[in-house]
Design a protein around this ligand. Structure first.
Ligand SMILES: Nc1ncnc2c1ncn2[C@@H]1O[C@H](COP(=O)(O)OP(=O)(O)OP(=O)(O)O)[C@@H](O)[C@H]1O
Ligand SMILES: [Mg+2]
Length: 232
């Protein structure tokens, strides 16, 4: 069996044969504020901390400092995993590209950076936060064809990738990336009276026997954990 990447969301890995198959391209989808970035960061942070696995987090929307502050507040200080976990944002990429690259599209710059770092640092886990921004930067013509190439490029890179995507609440809306991805982990908020609870569901995970139910997602100040949705 293929090696697995643990999500380090307590209770979730055993619901999917121990984790995400190595090499998969997984969408982390959800509406604004559903903790997509936090959950993806949690995977990289814990893999770095517990297993010394290297990761690259490319934040295209949120600035690096803001991301580090937010994750520190969730009990994941970057300085504890500085050697294993690289975090870059648009400003960083802009500063670190040479002038000849300035003429290139942002998608090319993203790929160039990810590829170069992979050669020098051999990271195993990649997060692109987020896919819609990457698309904007790519100035996509034929969206499906461009995405097809991008997913192929990610698989060739040989890393396990988490792509943050903005899902619509309308379950009838299906995007090209939903078919292209090897897995989809979806986050949502569910209103129960005055309370809103966070939920997580594995919509798809190729080569994996996984639970398809909704789980309540909680954070205890340090770790994420799930419990079965009552009445589900
Ligand atoms: N210290 C904390 N403990 C628990 N929850 C927090 C804490 N700080 C922020 N949050 C919650 O995390 C949410 C934001 O998480 P995150 O940035 O990961 O979401 P997101 O889905 O990536 O959002 P966006 O769509 O803006 O990118 C906030 O809306 C807030 O509810
Ligand atoms: Mg985010």
């Amino acid at each position: 069996m293929r090696p697995r990447i643990k999500t380090y969301i307590q209770g979730l890995d055993e619901q999917m044969d121990g984790g995400v198959p190595k090499g998969h391209v997984v969408l982390m989808s959800g509406m604004p504020g559903t903790m997509k970035s936090s959950v993806a960061f949690n995977i990289l942070w814990n893999n770095a901390k517990e297993e010394d696995k290297k990761g690259l987090y490319v934040s295209l929307e949120q600035g690096r400092e803001s991301l580090i502050e937010h994750m520190g507040g969730l009990g994941m200080p970057h300085d504890e995993v500085e050697d294993q976990l690289n975090i870059v944002d648009m400003g960083y990429l802009r500063m670190n590209m040479d002038t000849s690259a300035e003429q290139q599209s942002w998608m090319k710059i993203f790929k160039m950076y990810a590829e170069n770092l992979h050669v020098s640092n051999e990271y195993e886990l990649l997060v692109a936060d987020s896919l819609p921004v990457l698309e904007l930067l790519a100035e996509v013509g034929n969206r499906r064809a461009e995405l097809f190439h991008f997913f192929g490029w990610l698989r060739e890179l040989g890393v396990t990738t988490f792509l943050i995507a903005e899902a619509s609440e309308d379950r009838n809306v299906v995007h090209d990336e939903d078919f292209l991805a090897d897995g989809i982990i979806r986050l949502r908020k569910e209103q129960q009276g005055y309370d809103v609870s966070r939920q997580i569901v594995i919509d798809k995970m190729r080569s994996t026997k996984h639970n398809t139910g909704y789980f309540t997602l909680m954070h205890d100040g340090k770790n994420f954990q799930i419990t079965r949705v009552i009445g589900d």
